[in-house]
Design a protein around this ligand. Structure first.
Ligand code: ATP
Length: 140
């Protein structure tokens, strides 16, 4: 079964991506190790599964390589995020976006060949700073 997107980790960041993609009418598979999180997304995403993404066999079983774009939004556990990413690259997932927690995490992700690395807090901070500057310019 081929679907468009898979989001691994349904915290605030992954959950928000999942909601927005679904709102835009995209096919999204929501994945989390936590049953309560998965239940929360059953009626939001097209599909939702409880799964440990560090388990290669589980990812193979759901046919993760068929997804066009997989978003890894595991925050706290660098180990789980990195291991999940290694599995996804080994399985030749076409497009992978990963949430990085810090520069060290980003460096490892880049070494793994991930071209889409996001630091939500840092990126949003930069954007807001730019907004503040442009608003100030408009004010003058
Ligand atoms: P946010 O700021 O986006 O809420 P966070 O930093 O709090 O994120 P975490 O709680 O560490 O992020 O992880 C986000 C989600 O990833 C959680 O819902 C957690 O259950 C899930 N998660 C963690 N490890 C795994 C794993 N191995 N497989 C699948 N999901 C996982």
């Amino acid at each position: 079964m081929s679907k468009d997107y898979a989001v691994i980790g349904l915290g605030r960041f992954g959950g928000s991506i999942c909601r927005e993609l679904s709102r835009e009418g995209k096919q999204v598979l929501a994945i989390d190790i936590d049953e309560a999180k998965v239940n929360e997304f059953k009626n939001i995403a097209s599909h939702a599964v409880i799964l440990d993404s560090t388990d290669e066999e589980s990812l193979k079983e759901i046919g993760i390589h068929n997804f066009e774009h997989v978003i890894v939004a595991i925050g706290d556990s660098l180990q789980a995020s990195i291991l999940t990413t290694v599995i996804l690259t080994d399985l030749h997932v076409e497009r992978i976006t990963v949430k990085a927690q810090n520069d060290y995490h980003e460096k490892i992700l880049r070494k793994l060949g991930v071209d889409r690395v996001i630091h939500p807090e840092r990126d949003m901070g930069r954007r807001i700073a730019q907004n503040i500057i442009s608003n100030n310019i408009l004010d003058f």
